[in-house]
Write a protein that binds this ligand. Structure first.
Ligand code: NAD
Length: 339
């Protein structure tokens, strides 16, 4: 079975690709490689993996020929990056992904899975499920919701569409992201002896380990179409809905340090608790990892030097850097834009 993974060299994709190869899938990875190709260095020479450097907005549709399933992960992947240039975010995260879904249907791909986000719940009380009202507060969240709507509208008997609303991910990856809560807390302690906590610490967020969210995509890939076609699933577990300040305490406990923290940022406008009953019931999906295990693996990797803190690990800073670098190149060469 041939799978096309967009954004496959990213934080989640670079964990998911080895899993797919291990399971015997042939994989085409289409990515701009904004964070480099080296994130896939462990599998780059695998004959079942094809790397395609291209953009979801304008890749040659022939790339879809012969593909059985698409996992659509490419995006500007968080709120701050999405606000750098909201129009470009819509062009990539919304229209780009709808283009991928539409081309998949046109080329008789049988399954399309969209990497969406629980951030579309925004700020709400109560335990939110897939039928709850949405409240997307940022360009990033709005683009996710619009992509879900348009992609799901394409589903029919021969084109199976599923949207996976992932919780906030944590854990190690070859394209490390320290702009995610648990990862950033662990780094903050490692560097400064204090855990950075976003104000005011009472906000709720659901979390999921990177290997667990990757397994959810594989579950949907393997599931009977009648269970997943036209469906939305929240990806995570009820137990990993956490408030940010107690989460920071949990991180401290995991790495066995006295709890010291420092506030940062403006008071968070987002807070949501999410129900993961549907994915558990319909797909018999359960998570294997906990935030404590995630924090521990990151802390150990920082200590051993397996991962380091660099600009590339903070998504918005890296995109700002690319835009600036491109401006300088453009001034010299007077040609197109990078993003
Ligand atoms: N990490 C999380 O906590 C989380 C939570 C919910 C949803 N998601 C979603 O999951 C997906 C993957 O997230 P991630 O954390 O791996 O992000 P990431 O930023 O690490 O990876 C995104 C990848 O997409 C590529 N890309 C960006 N724009 C592109 C374009 N126009 N054409 C081709 N490639 C492009 C980048 O080069 C990068 O490799 C995203 O859609 C993200 O919004 C992530």
């Amino acid at each position: 079975m041939k799978v096309l993974l967009t954004g496959g060299a990213g934080y989640i994709g670079s964990i998911m690709i080895p899993m797919l190869l291990e399971e015997g899938y042939e994989v085409k990875c289409l990515d701009r490689f904004f964070f480099g190709e080296e994130t896939l260095s462990g599998v780059r020479n695998n004959p079942e993996l094809e790397l395609i450097k291209d953009d979801i907005r304008w890749f040659d549709p022939e790339i879809m020929r012969g593909v059985d399933a698409v996992l659509d992960m490419a995006a500007l992947s968080n709120d701050p990056s999405g606000e750098l240039d909201p129009e470009k975010t819509m062009a990539i995260n919304y229209r780009g992904r709808v283009r991928v879904a539409s081309l998949a249907k046109k080329y008789d791909v049988s399954k399309y899975i969209l990497a969406s986000s629980c951030s579309i719940y925004g700020f709400q009380d109560g335990l939110l499920n897939e039928s709850s009202p949405t409240n997307p507060l940022t360009t990033y969240a709005k683009a996710n919701l619009m992509s879900e709507n348009d992609a799901l509208a394409l589903s029919d008997n021969s084109f199976c569409v599923t949207a996976l609303r992932q919780a906030t991910v944590y854990g190690l990856s070859p394209r490390m992201r320290f702009d995610l809560a648990i990862n950033g807390m662990t780094l903050g302690f490692y560097k400064n002896g204090k855990i950075p906590v976003m104000m005011d610490g009472t906000q709720w967020r659901p979390f999921v380990h990177i290997k667990d969210t990757s397994r959810a995509f594989l579950k949907v890939l393997e599931a009977d179409e009648d269970k997943v076609n036209g469906e939305i699933f929240n990806v995570g577990s009820n137990e990993q809905n956490c408030q940010i300040l107690p989460l920071a305490e949990m991180v401290a406990e995991a790495i066995n340090i006295p709890f010291r923290f420092e506030w940062y940022g403006d008071p968070d406008k987002r807070s949501y608790r999410v129900s993961f009953d549907k994915i558990k019931k319909v797909l018999k999906y359960s998570v294997k990892f906990t935030p404590k295990e995630g924090a521990r693996e990151i802390y150990d990797a920082l200590k051993s030097g397996e991962v380091t803190d660099s600009k590339k690990t903070r998504t918005v800073e890296w995109y700002k850097y690319l835009i600036e670098a491109n401006k300088i190149i453009n001034e010299v060469a007077m040609k197109g834009e990078i993003l």
